[in-house]
Design a binder for this molecule. Structure first.
Ligand SMILES: [Mg+2]
Length: 416
């Protein structure tokens, strides 16, 4: 049996843990540069604020109803997510971290699943203060559907175990749920299915899988089988092993200045260096890119991929590629809106190969541990490359952001 555990209004819930005064007040969290609503509390949903609504269209409504409006604080959400996932890992046989606030759990061998699900809910709430819902089913698609029911029907108390529903009630619940709610059925596919008369979960469950495989793809047939309790989609325990690493950000305002762009790329080198060391990885090739506003007619995107002489995890080495990268991608007078770096080839220490002369294809920067220790002790980015302070206009507008409650000792919450 599988469980799907999903954080309720996750970003808002993370904020509420540290700002309890936001409890029972409508709250929304905005996307980068305070653009659109990306998370809403139930109270905000009840006011009719839609997911993805541009902030300027709802600003007045927010003022009228005293909605708390926050900039996104991804450092906080990522850290809370890590804590939630580690609690869940201890309560299951196997785990797949599916997204920042969702995890599939393999509960085989565990008896009394509903009680176990309640334990999961209670523990996450007690240990880190986050509310979650748990759905249990024979397959991943069913677990996801069960979670949808747990969220939609408050009388279930946050847990829905499909095995406990009579077949009549299960069929009824499936008849009442839109086909687009099924995991794996996107908006376009849902439209096509509706055009064929398949508009509810129940209709999809009882549809002819082979026929759908011919019309769409074998994936749709798999979903039908999963809805009937036949597991076809395996748990991906190791989906965390990355093939790629990215650090990029949209700018607070368009940038035309070369130094500003260098400062932004230096920042991304620092970010990537931090991620690489944390995971014991070394970068071999890096793609630098910068582009203008996607939604304008004169949209341009410039990118270049460069190889390091030896794979490295040090921001001192990665930063050295910025000058050749800028020579290749920077064009004056372009209003750049976003820039970043993608690492497309990574090595681990196990991949190190020594050539005949004994030099390795990994380069160890012996100063890096010391620099990192200084930054840990005296605060992030105490020691950095000078190029990173060439500009700051590129930084995001996040005027309404909460503090880094869990990741910065200078911003710890103080109980009085
Ligand atoms: Mg969620």
């Amino acid at each position: 049996m599988y469980a799907l555990v999903d954080g309720n209004n996750f970003f808002v819930s993370c904020e509420r843990v540290f700002q309890p005064q936001l409890e029972s007040r409508p709250v929304i969290v905005l996307s980068n540069n305070d653009g659109c609503a990306v998370a809403r509390s139930n109270e905000a949903k009840a006011l009719g604020i839609k997911m993805g609504a541009p902030f300027f269209t709802i600003k007045q409504l927010c003022q009228q109803h005293n909605v708390a409006v926050l900039s996104s604080n991804y450092t906080l959400y990522a850290d809370m997510s890590k804590r939630m996932m580690s609690i869940l890992k201890g309560l299951a046989v196997r785990q797949e971290v599916y997204s920042i606030d969702e995890s599939f759990l393999d509960l085989s061998g565990i008896s009394q699943l509903t009680q176990h699900a309640q334990l999961i809910r209670a523990r996450v709430k007690q240990w880190i203060g986050l509310p979650v819902c748990v759905g249990i089913g024979q397959t991943k698609v069913l677990a996801k559907f069960a979670n949808h029911l747990a969220k939609s029907y408050p009388f279930l108390g946050g847990v829905c175990n499909l095995a406990e529903l009579s077949s009549d009630r299960l069929a009824r619940a499936m008849q009442l749920t839109e086909v687009g709610e099924v995991w794996g059925i996107g908006r376009k596919l849902a439209q096509q299915l509706r055009a064929m008369g398949i508009s509810t979960v129940y209709a999809l469950k009882t549809a002819n899988a082979n026929q759908l495989a011919k019309v769409f793809s074998v994936n749709v047939a798999r979903i039908v089988h999963e809805l009937n309790g036949v597991p076809c989609i395996a748990l991906e325990e190791y989906s965390n092993t990355q093939q790629q690493m990215v650090s990029s950000r949209s700018f607070g305002e368009p940038i035309t200045n070369r130094d500003e762009l260098i400062a932004a790329l230096s920042f991304h080198c620092e970010q990537l260096s931090h991620k690489l060391t944390k995971q014991g990885l070394f970068a071999r090739s890096l793609t630098f890119f910068a582009h203008s506003n996607r939604f304008k007619d004169d949209y341009v995107c410039h990118a270049v991929t460069l190889l390091l002489p030896a794979a490295s995890n040090s921001f001192r080495m990665l930063t050295k590629l910025i000058t050749p990268a800028m020579d290749a991608i920077f064009v004056p007078k372009i209003n750049y809106k976003k820039a970043g770096i993608i690492i497309s080839e990574m090595l681990s220490a196990d991949d190190a190969i020594r050539d005949l002369l004994g030099s390795s294809n990994l380069s160890h920067d012996h100063l890096l541990p010391t620099l990192q220790a200084i930054n840990r002790r005296y605060g992030k980015r105490t020691v950095r490359m000078a190029s990173a302070i060439l500009g700051h206009r590129w930084q995001m507008q996040r005027e309404l952001m909460s503090a880094s409650f869990t990741t910065d000792s200078s911003q710890l919450i103080i109980a009085s």
